[in-house]
Design a binder for this molecule. Structure first.
Ligand SMILES: Cc1ncc(COP(=O)(O)O)c(C=O)c1O
Length: 386
């Protein structure tokens, strides 16, 4: 019998990390690998942010901060919510965390009792079901479809609600699909949440990387909502580890207690840098967004050209989720073959849920030149295999 806890055993591995490990092995053996598998921006963090961190370190901002986060940063989040979306969110409702990932623990930890269900898209970002299940909740999946741009069909969400449903998880723009929920989608979800007395949990980490129209926070539509966000993607700050939770008032103290005990606080000078990002790096975000958009415009038709199906244009984040069943039904086997035989690393769709099987996720957080090289290798691979 295993000595390892059932809780740890039940966490599903992230297979793309195996792809990364194998790619690194091949590289150390001298192979050139095109990396289209990871969602890590290839841009350096904006200079204004780096400078702010350096100055904060020089000034000695190296001790603990309040568990809820530095007041200036919480104010800056409140200001951005106002300027970007026109919503009023008191800085008191912002809990600063060491990335969006720990904010998920605060959210689900303060919301879920054992057996409580959270509805989420299938496919979705794999941490969601893992967090929910780890905390004793139940993740329940609602299939989303390529032909709908991977947006929820509201009738499917409504049908999946049970007396145990506590929340609906949403993520727009989405990892892995690049899908974006429109105002009508958010309005309908808000209406469902209010009617059933459940909560919306909205991961808005890819806001800032939406290519058509402006992103909408769920808080424009309802107060029965939590917002998760962070600096990793739009500000190219994955390694800095900074994010935040915007919680309804009664959940702030519970989230604070989790933060106090499990993490104490986010890094002090990183919070100063995050404040600078929110106040002074909007131009940098716009610049990176337009480069991502240029890559997206290249990659989508290029993938179609070599035989993959992209039913609807991805509208945000930096991913294309392409149907690769023409090349093989099993995405894990296929991703393995593409790595070994074509030297191109991609994420298998099955990593993101049963609904992702048959798909591959291509990240365009890499240069146009490397994207071009990746696509030509894949095209050659597809032609040679007939
Ligand atoms: C949808 C989504 N949420 C959260 C995260 C994790 O973000 P962070 O680096 O802020 O922990 C990622 C990272 O890939 C993501 O794609």
């Amino acid at each position: 019998m295993s000595e390892v806890s059932k809780r740890a055993e039940s966490i599903r591995p992230f297979i793309v990390m195996d792809v990364v490990a194998r790619a690194k092995e091949l590289e150390s053996a001298g192979r050139d690998i095109v990396h289209l598998e990871i969602g890590d921006p290839d841009f350096p963090t904006p200079e204004v942010v780096v400078k702010a961190a350096e100055e904060a370190m020089d000034a000695g901002d190296t001790g603990y901060t309040q568990s809820l986060g530095l007041p200036d940063l919480r104010e800056a989040v409140s200001m951005r919510m106002h300027d970007d979306y026109g919503v009023t969110v008191a800085a008191d409702r912002v809990v600063v965390t060491q990335g969006t990932s720990p904010a998920m623990l605060l959210l689900f930890g303060s919301l879920l009792d054992p057996g409580d269900e959270v509805l989420m898209a299938d496919p979705c970002y794999p941490a969601y079901p893992n967090y929910v299940d780890f905390l004793g909740g139940v993740s329940a999946h609602v299939r989303v479809h390529a032909e709908d741009g991977f947006r929820f069909r509201i009738e499917d969400v409504a049908r999946a609600i049970t007396p145990r449903t506590k929340a609906i998880m949403i993520n727009s723009p989405s990892n892995p699909t690049g899908g974006v929920l429109g105002c009508e989608d958010l309005e309908s979800l808000a209406e469902l949440a209010e009617r059933h007395g459940i909560w919306l949990a909205s991961d808005e980490i890819y806001h800032g990387l939406q290519f058509e129209g402006r992103p909408h926070t769920v808080l424009e539509f309802t107060d029965r909502a939590f917002v998760l966000n962070g600096f990793s993607k739009a500000y190219a700050m994955t390694g800095w580890r900074l994010g935040y939770l915007v919680a309804p008032e009664q959940f702030v103290r519970p989230a604070e207690k989790i933060q106090q005990n499990f993490f104490l606080c986010a890094s002090n000078f990183v919070q100063v840098a995050g404040t600078a990002a929110l106040l002074r790096a909007q131009g940098d975000v716009a610049r990176m967004r337009s480069v991502y958009d240029e890559r997206r415009r290249f990659l989508v038709p290029a993938l179609r050209e070599i035989g993959l199906s992209v039913a609807t244009e991805p509208l945000g984040a930096f991913y294309v989720f392409a149907d690769a069943t023409a090349w093989g039904p099993d995405s894990v086997t296929l991703a393995g073959r593409l790595l070994e035989e074509a030297g191109v690393a991609v994420a298998p769709g099955a990593d993101f849920g049963a609904g992702g099987e048959g798909f591959l996720r291509f990240s365009y957080a890499t240069s146009l030149e490397r994207l071009n090289e990746g696509v030509s290798r894949l095209g050659k691979w597809a032609r040679e295999r007939g």
